[in-house]
Design a protein around this ligand. Structure first.
Ligand SMILES: *[C@@H]1O[C@H](CO)[C@@H](O)[C@H](O)[C@H]1NC(C)=O
Ligand SMILES: *[C@@H]1O[C@H](CO)[C@@H](O)[C@H](O)[C@H]1NC(C)=O
Ligand SMILES: *[C@@H]1O[C@H](CO)[C@@H](O)[C@H](O)[C@H]1NC(C)=O
Ligand SMILES: *[C@@H]1O[C@H](CO)[C@@H](O)[C@H](O)[C@H]1NC(C)=O
Ligand SMILES: *[C@@H]1O[C@H](CO)[C@@H](O)[C@H](O)[C@H]1NC(C)=O
Ligand SMILES: *[C@@H]1O[C@H](CO)[C@@H](O)[C@H](O)[C@H]1NC(C)=O
Ligand SMILES: *[C@@H]1O[C@H](CO)[C@@H](O)[C@H](O)[C@H]1NC(C)=O
Ligand SMILES: *[C@@H]1O[C@H](CO)[C@@H](O)[C@H](O)[C@H]1NC(C)=O
Ligand SMILES: *[C@@H]1O[C@H](CO)[C@@H](O)[C@H](O)[C@H]1NC(C)=O
Ligand SMILES: *[C@@H]1O[C@H](CO)[C@@H](O)[C@H](O)[C@H]1NC(C)=O
Ligand SMILES: *[C@@H]1O[C@H](CO)[C@@H](O)[C@H](O)[C@H]1NC(C)=O
Length: 468
């Protein structure tokens, strides 16, 4: 009986205490008030050493801090919810007092010259959802305490000087939608715990010094759209479950040390691909013909690898293709018809770049190159085993800026019609068996800055029109 009475009393006390707390301090969290917010903002101002647009001159007592430039408050509590000082050429460090702005949901300090570390106190901002610090000079390590901000959705710390490892604790950001740590100096492995970020749609880690293999666990990221790990030092094979994340739009792993073959069904398991970028690795084996089923593909770049075999004949199904770079591989047989796949590419009316150089393509240079997209800017078929002549129809490619046909076995003469490619800036034909005269129409290419013709078997004199 007594104990029951006691517990009732304490319950009553508990209710009263909390009710009064709620009544007395409607706008505070753990004793922080609007006054703490003001002090924190002034402390932040205090550490800015250059403010060329004089943003902080408005941060004075003549107006309420909720009206200071870059500050947004919640209507109800008059507490700071957004701090937005983006692109103001501010120089300085970030005060640890920022951790006292306990109602803060969004921090946007991107595109300034902040230096020093990102204060660990940020971890106290349990309402924080959006942290945008890209393009500054923050240094030190990733603020591990940020993982205490359980509601965080977007973290963009791209383009800073952060170093050290990516903390394992990042895997506990259960609501994280976008993580961009690109263009820093992060080292070590990608933590397998990132595979726990089940809502993650954007994972951008390119241009760091990450090494080791890509964790198998990342294959669990079933909502991933952007997967960008290019320009690191990652090695090993791409874990096969990653090829099963059907939501992926951008798959960019260029400039690493990755190897292995591509799965045959790639274009079927990644049907939404827009960019597939694997250049500068050690992949080998065939290019899967199923890529032509990824009908939204715009960029396909697998240059500088060891791919071999023939190029699929149906890439022309990719009507949105703008960029096809397969330079520096072992594609082709050095024999006839290696370039017959070009016929189908004439369906790609937005094609702007076609780079087939440094491969084993043999046979004739097909006339169909004359029917490629008129939007083509760059055509490279150099350093292969091609014979035949330069088709007269090349004049159709009126937007061509770079034409590289050098180091093949082409014969015949340079067509007079080439002068119609009036936007040409670079023309490489050297090291073929081309004969005849240099056409005077070359003088019509007023933007030409590189003309490389020899060695060939060209005769006659250098046309006067070249002076143009
Ligand atoms: C802070 O809040 C208190 C109580 O709500 C109010 O009296 C005071 O004017 C506020 N101060 C500022 C600077 O907003
Ligand atoms: C204080 O801020 C107001 C509003 O921006 C500005 O007009 C005023 O010049 C500022 N006062 C000082 C002393 O900088
Ligand atoms: C931050 O402010 C800039 C300019 O004042 C504005 O363009 C930008 O949209 C703002 N960002 C956010 C997240 O409110
Ligand atoms: C706010 O933050 C600073 C530094 O992190 C701390 O020294 C200070 O006591 C905090 N609290 C208040 C109420 O300003
Ligand atoms: C960082 O988090 C740890 C562990 O939660 C805590 O002990 C420490 O006080 C936090 N640091 C700051 C500056 O808030
Ligand atoms: C992060 O900022 C960079 C600009 O530096 C931008 O290109 C990138 O798209 C942003 N990342 C996300 C996830 O929004
Ligand atoms: C997160 O991932 C790691 C490694 O994959 C695993 O060991 C751990 O149990 C996971 N944690 C949670 C909370 O799911
Ligand atoms: C990764 O780099 C670190 C140094 O940053 C090195 O100690 C480690 O051996 C490397 N690991 C692999 C797998 O290359
Ligand atoms: C990349 O890793 C390899 C070993 O896997 C190492 O030899 C090389 O130095 C590393 N490169 C960079 C730029 O760290
Ligand atoms: C990919 O998904 C298919 C169908 O859901 C499944 O049969 C296959 O085992 C998966 N492959 C991998 C490597 O996870
Ligand atoms: C994939 O594309 C080929 C033609 O390139 C077509 O025959 C096949 O039906 C397509 N497969 C699917 C599943 O769409």
């Amino acid at each position: 009986m007594v104990s029951k009475l006691l517990s009732l009393t304490s319950l009553l006390f508990y209710i009263l205490f909390h009710a009064s707390f709620i009544l007395l301090a409607p706008n505070s969290t753990f004793g922080f008030t609007n006054e703490t917010d003001k002090q924190a903002l002034l402390a932040i101002k205090d550490q800015i050493v250059e403010d060329p647009f004089q943003v902080f001159s408005s941060w004075n007592d003549s107006i309420h801090f909720c009206k200071w430039k870059g500050v947004t408050c919640g209507l109800q509590h008059q507490r700071v919810t957004i701090l937005n000082l983006s692109s103001l050429k501010l120089v300085g460090s970030l005060s640890s007092h920022i951790g006292n702005l306990s109602f803060l949901r969004r921090i946007s300090l991107e595109n300034n010259y902040f230096h020093g570390t990102i204060p660990q106190e940020i971890g106290r901002l349990f309402r924080l959802q959006h942290l945008s610090l890209w393009s500054n000079s923050f240094q030190g390590e990733f603020p591990t305490n940020l993982t205490d901000c359980l509601d965080i959705r977007v973290v963009n710390i791209s383009s800073n000087n952060l170093a050290g490892r990516i903390p394992i604790e990042l895997g506990s950001f259960t609501n994280l939608l976008q993580l961009d740590l690109s263009r820093n100096h992060f080292t070590g492995n990608i933590p397998p715990s990132l595979g726990n970020l089940s809502s993650l749609g954007v994972l951008i880690l390119h241009n760091n010094n990450l090494n080791g293999s890509i964790p198998f666990e990342l294959g669990k990221l079933s909502n991933l759209k952007y997967f960008l790990l290019s320009s690191n030092n990652l090695s090993g094979m791409i874990p096969t479950p990653l090829y099963n994340i059907s939501s992926i739009h951008i798959f960019a792993l260029a400039a690493n040390q990755l190897s292995g073959t591509l799965p045959q069904e790639l274009g079927l398991t990644l049907p939404k691909l827009i960019s597939f970028l694997l250049g500068g690795n050690q992949f080998y084996g065939p290019i899967p013909p199923s890529l032509s089923n990824a009908s939204a593909l715009v960029e396909l770049d697998i240059a500088i690898n060891f791919f071999s075999g023939s190029v699929p004949m149906n890439l022309g199904n990719l009507r949105d293709l703008e960029w096809l770079n397969i330079n520096f591989n072992r594609l082709g047989t050095k024999k006839a018809n290696d370039l017959s796949f070009l016929d189908s590419l004439t369906n790609c009316t937005n094609l702007g770049l076609l780079s087939l150089g440094w491969n084993y393509f043999g046979g004739l240079l097909p006339n169909s190159i004359a029917n490629l997209s008129i939007n083509l800017n760059s055509l490279g078929i150099n350093q292969n085993y091609l014979s035949g002549i330069i088709p007269q129809g090349i004049e159709n490619l009126i937007n061509l800026k770079v034409l590289a046909l050098h180091e093949n076995m082409l014969t015949g003469s340079i067509p007079e019609s080439i002068g119609k490619n009036s936007k040409l800036e670079e023309l490489y034909i050297f090291a073929n068996n081309i004969s005849g005269k240099i056409p005077s129409s070359i003088g019509n290419m007023s933007r030409l800055s590189i003309l490389s013709l020899g060695p060939n078997m060209l005769g006659g004199s250098i046309p006067v029109a070249l002076g143009n």
